[in-house]
Every structure is written in C-alpha cells, then in structure tokens.
Design a binder for this molecule. Structure first.
Ligand code: MIC
Ligand code: SF4
Length: 650
C-alpha cells in the first residue's frame, strides 16, 4: 500500500512504535529550535537535565519575541540564551536577525527532515516539505538531551489544490482563511494536513509557508507540502540546493479524508474578532473604518509579499486616521528591501517600520487605542492579545491591509480600480548574509549568565493517590493559552520567573484567580474545568507551569488541544476528559472535588469517578494517557522523570 508524505517522513525517523494512526511513534529528531519567550525555560530545563551538549544534529536558539527591553529583564534573557547556546552547542540567532520560523525556513529547513520548535507556528517549515512540529520547552529540552520524541500518530487529511491564485488582491493567506472558515479552530485537531494536487506548483515556498504556518490555527499537529521543483527554486535562491530532495506521496497513498480548494475561485477574506475561524469575504465588511493596519509576522512577511505591498503603497500616503506598522520577518528580507530601495516606498507612505521581530503580533508594542479596529496579517486575533482588551482585531492578507490603510476603511477589493498591485516574481537569489547567526562552539567552559529575574524551574512531587481539589474556574470551549497565561509587553518579560508570572494566570478572565488558587493550594489544590479544545493556541508551557506552581492538580475538560495537553502532563497536572459531555455542567466554581485511587487508574484502566463533595453529584472521567504519559504523570512530570533516568544511567 502506498505511503503519503507524512508517513514517509515518520517511517524514516521511527525509533520505536508504529506509523499507524493512533499508535505511538518514537521519532529521531533532526532539528530543535527555541525562541526567547519559551526558550529561557527550555534552556533552564536542559541545564537541569544535566547533559553537557545538545545531542541533536542541529539546534538553534532564536531571539524574536521579547524585544522591547523596557527594563533589564529581556536583555538579561538574551544574554542568558547567548551564553547557554555557546555552552551547550547550539546556533544563536541574535536579536535583530528576525523571527524564528522565517529564518529557519530561509537558512535551515530541509525537505524530509523533522524539526521541533518551542512555538506553535513551527509548522511554517512544512512549506519546504519538512515535518515541523510545535512543542513545549521541556519536550524540546528532553529531545536535545538525546531522547526520542514520542508522538501519537495523527490521521492525515489531504487538501487538494487546483487552479491558481489569480483574482486581484488574493494571496496565500486566503487559502488558509478558507480552510479555517470550513474547518474551524478545532478542525485540525489530531491531524496532519498534507497538501497535494496541481495547484501546489502554482505556489512558491514562502506562500506555502504562510499556509502551513496558520495550520496551527486549525489545531493541526502540523501541515506539509510536497517538495518539488518550486522547492528547489527556493532552495537554490537560498544557496542551499544541496539540502533539496524530492518528496511526493505515492499514487495509491491513503488519507483519512480529502478536501478540495480551487485557488482560482478564492476571493479576499478576513477573520473577524476574536477568532481566526470567524472568516468572511472582505467585501462583506466594506465601509468599516479602520484605525490601524499591521503587516508582517511569521505568517506574512516574505520578500515577494512585502514588495507587492510596496507596489500598492508607492507614491501614496496612509489615510490620516490610520497607523501602518510593518515588521519584516527576517533581516534577510529587511536588507533586501533596503538595498533595492523598496524600503523607501514604505517609509514614503508613512509606514512605521519596526524591527524584524514578532512585535505587535504578541502585544510587544503597537497596541491599538481603546475600542479601535486593527487589521493585521498575523495569525491570531484572540481578545486582548494585541495589548488592548476592547480592540477589534481582524486578520487579512498583506495586500488588503495595505489597501485598507490607504483608504482608511475596508473596501470591496474586487471593485478596486484606482490602486494597482504589481505582481512580483520569486527572486533567483536571496541576499545571503548569516553574520547574525553565531555558529555552535560547544565551549563547555563558558559560563552561563543569569540575570536576577531568571529563577529556577519549579518541580512537582509525584502524583498523589487522592486528589482533593477546589474547582477554581469553570470555562467554556476553545479557551486559548493567551486566556490562561496572557502575553504582552508587561507579562512576557516574566517568562523566566515562574513565581512572578504565575500572578497573571487567567488575569483577563478572573483577576483573583491566582490569589484563590494559592488559598486552595493550602487546602489540597485546585482544579480547572474546561470545555472543548481546551488550551488551543500557543506552545507556551507557562500555561501549565504557572498553574502547577499555583497548586492546580487537575484540569477536567471536554477535550484538549495537543500541545497544551502535553505541557500539562509534562508538569504533572492530570488532564482528564469528561466521559459524558454533561459532566461539565455538574461543577460550579468553588465546588470541592474528590478523586480517589488516582494512581491505580493512571496505571491501569484510565477511568475514574469524580465526586463533587459540594453538590453530592458524581461523574466519570478518562485520562487516555499513553504508557509514557502515565509514567510522567506518576513521577510528577517530565523533568522529575528524566532526571531520575539520567541519574540511573550515570
Ligand atoms: C504566539 O504566537 O502565541 C507565540 C507567542 O509565538 C507562542 C509562543 C509563546 O507564547 O512564547 C506560540 O505560538 O507558541
Ligand atoms: Fe511571533 Fe506572532 Fe509568529 Fe507567534 S505568531 S511566532 S508571536 S510573529
């Protein structure tokens, strides 16, 4: 029987287990990369594991999120990361070099490899035919220390592309917005999305990467394109053709399902507040005034996309009421735009050119004013993520953002006659300048520098046999990790300091959460009750680590997002799913819950009964843990587990 691309890559990396949907597969990993906001914890954890050098073929530590430096904290973190990379044998991408995913795509990604990244948008690498998966920092640290990565093999959903993007103002972003419209933010959970069909060759690698990047918003484990002649064109232009291999699915490969999209029929779309799947055709929003437009991020800041944007802006000026912010994805793109003069078209139009970093995408500056409308080429528009709780953030492709910034409002792009876009061909060569990438030296004698805000990683004790926990919060479906552990310029600098950042858990939803959690901790611990797709969004393990620090013992939800569930397990918080969906309604905030014989359930049947001591009601839950996950939970989390194993070996 034929194999699809995902299966071929998994087969080639299998260390143990089976490449069969639902089975566990232990995988040998080629690349592991971190970014600063998750990376400080990942590297602290790597240090705590106690090996002297990274054991994967390639490891890169990027700095792209915490760039504002409004006090010493972020700069201290950068220095920690630089010195840790030097000591442990990783590449270091200096602040100013750009966003991890874009640089990795340009300079390191290769078809057929498997990469893990401590960021949910790691699947950007799928654009080049790499299997790139977002993970929590501790999973990354463990793999860098030499362990295989264990994955429950997802089903593979085929998206068959036909036609070509030809309508004016349509870009690759509209392909993924269309998928989000059809499938929703839960539609990709438990799936790898594999692209195929004649439409694939109409898309360049950066366009494919826009699509795989935002596969994260579908909840997919990853997304992947074939590696073909277009892939070779991109790799040649990056002077990396030696890393190219062809990658295609067998004719008789099988998939769990197939969805078709005709690129020729797509029209420009927008995702409305506050979810990337609230997608509508842009024309339906015509007439809506806008206050801000933001172009860039790891989703949409390729050289070609920005040159096309500049062709629309050239000689014009942004509408008086609108702020236009542009963050290039990488120094390579910024340098090319500077060298060929395109940067002057942006500046001339009044664009505020930001450094090559995440910037406003994660509320690191560029927050909109009260109640303002911001149109962004980014991938997430969760409430408050921009830094302004009552802002209304829409997502759209870069050309639409430019058009609306010039007009001051949303217009029907299909009827636009005045402003024309020059379509740009893919460059035959990119500007290659890796001077901001410090190669690994593996200097074991070098000293890691830790500023005063960098604190030890807290550990948890082994799992108790009886959990007595107070329900701290009962929430609905699609709770994001931004809800659980908000980001933004005030909170992000605390990523290396769990006691400090834990004060902000659930801050936007319940300002007293951390206070009540600490009170409950004194009496046994806390529980969080969730709906479906609990913990969607980012890979930030702080959304598990900080609740663990606050004494949260268990999260009971209708279903979980993949990375967050793994993070909960890694930090010893038991994720339980309601057997009967009605169980959710049997708990009110403040109720005392009791679960007995937990260890036996985790080791064996995986089912337990929860007694609500306050209401007298009971309900059934399941843990669905693999053997390894059960071991981690019993040990109190991955760090305790792995340290014990390394201690045994030495
Ligand atoms: C995001 O886009 O939400 C982030 C910020 O890049 C996160 C990582 C983090 O919280 O540090 C992600 O996507 O995983
Ligand atoms: Fe950075 Fe935004 Fe991309 Fe996250 S989604 S990596 S914050 S640019």
């Amino acid at each position: 029987m034929g194999r699809n691309i995902a299966e071929k890559i998994l087969d080639a990396h299998l260390v143990y287990g089976d490449v069969k949907t639902g089975s566990r597969a232990g995988l040998k990993i080629d690349h592991v990369y971190t970014q600063d906001a998750t990376g400080t914890m990942a590297w602290l954890q790597f240090e705590a594991i106690g090996v002297d050098r990274v054991k994967v073929p390639l490891s890169v530590s990027y700095v792209d999120h915490n760039m504002l430096q409004s006090n010493f904290m972020n700069a201290d973190d950068h220095e920690f990361l630089r010195t840790a990379a030097q000591k442990f044998g990783a590449w270091f991408s200096r602040p100013g070099n750009g966003i991890s995913h874009q640089i990795h795509l340009e300079r390191f990604s290769a078809p057929g490899k498997i990469a893990l990244g401590t960021d949910s948008h790691t699947p950007t690498g799928g654009g080049i035919g790499m299997m790139a998966i977002g993970v929590g920092g501790l999973d990354a640290a463990t793999v860098m220390a030499g362990a295989p990565f264990e994955l429950r093999v997802p089903e593979v959903l085929r998206v068959r592309l036909t036609g070509k993007l030809k309508r004016p103002w349509v870009m690759a972003m509209d392909v993924i917005l269309e998928l989000l419209r059809r499938l929703s933010v839960k539609g990709g959970v438990g799936k790898i999305i594999e692209y195929s069909g004649p439409g694939v060759k109409q898309l360049s690698v950066p366009e494919r990467a826009t699509i795989t990047n935002m596969g994260a918003e579908l909840g997919a484990t990853t997304s992947i394109f074939p590696s073909d002649e277009r892939t070779l064109v991109f790799m040649k232009a990056q002077n990396r053709e030696k890393d190219w291999v062809e990658l295609k699915a067998d004719e008789d490969a099988s998939y769990s399902d197939t969805i078709s999209i005709n690129l020729s029929e797509l029209e420009p779309m927008m995702a409305a507040p506050h979810s990337p799947d609230k997608v509508v055709p842009a024309r339906e929003l015509a007439g809506m005034k806008i206050d801000q437009a933001c172009i860039g991020s790891c989703t949409n800041s390729s050289f070609v996309a920005l040159k096309e944007v500049a062709s629309a802006l050239k000689g014009r000026v942004v509408s008086p009421g609108v702020g236009l912010l542009v963050n290039t994805g990488s120094r390579q793109v910024a340098l090319m735009l500077a060298k060929d003069g395109t940067a002057s078209d942006f500046l001339g139009a009044g664009a505020r050119m930001l450094e090559s970093s995440c910037g406003p995408c994660i509320g690191m500056g560029g927050a909109p004013g009260s109640g303002q409308v911001s149109i962004r080429t980014y991938n997430r528009n969760f409430m408050g993520r921009s830094g302004t709780k009552d802002a209304k953030v829409y997502l759209a492709n870069p050309l639409l953002c430019a058009l609306f910034a010039l007009k001051g409002e949303v217009v029907d792009p299909m009827k636009e006659e005045e402003i024309k876009v020059k379509r740009i061909k893919e460059p035959a060569s990119f500007l290659i300048d890796d001077k901001m990438l410090i190669p690994p030296s593996g200097d074991e004698s070098s000293v890691i520098k830790k500023g005063p805000n960098i604190k030890e990683v807290p550990l948890k004790k082994a799992l108790d046999d009886v959990i007595r926990a107070q329900a701290l919060l009962v929430v609905g479906d699609n709770i994001t990790t931004d809800d659980i552990m908000p980001a933004g310029s005030q909170i992000l600098p605390l990523r290396s300091n769990i006691p400090a950042i834990s004060q902000y858990v659930y801050r936007g939803i319940d300002a007293d959460f951390s206070k009540r959690a600490l009170e409950a901790k004194e009496k046994g611990g806390g529980a969080i009750i969730g709906g479906e797709n609990y913990g969607q969004g980012s890979s930030r393990e702080h959304a598990a680590l900080a609740p663990m620090y606050l004494g949260v013992k268990v999260v009971i939800a209708r279903s979980f997002a993949r990375i967050h569930r793994a993070n909960l397990i890694n930090f010893g918080i038991l994720p339980l799913a309601f057997k009967d969906q009605g169980g959710h309604d049997k708990i009110k905030p403040g109720d005392m819950l009791l679960i007995e014989n937990v260890r036996a359930a985790v080791k064996g049947g995986q089912s337990c009964t929860v007694q609500n001591l306050t209401s007298g009601l009971t309900f059934e839950v399941v843990s669905n843990l693999t053997e390894r996950e059960a071991d981690l939970i019993l040990s109190g989390g991955l760090l305790s587990y792995i340290r014990a194993r390394f201690a045994d070996r030495n």
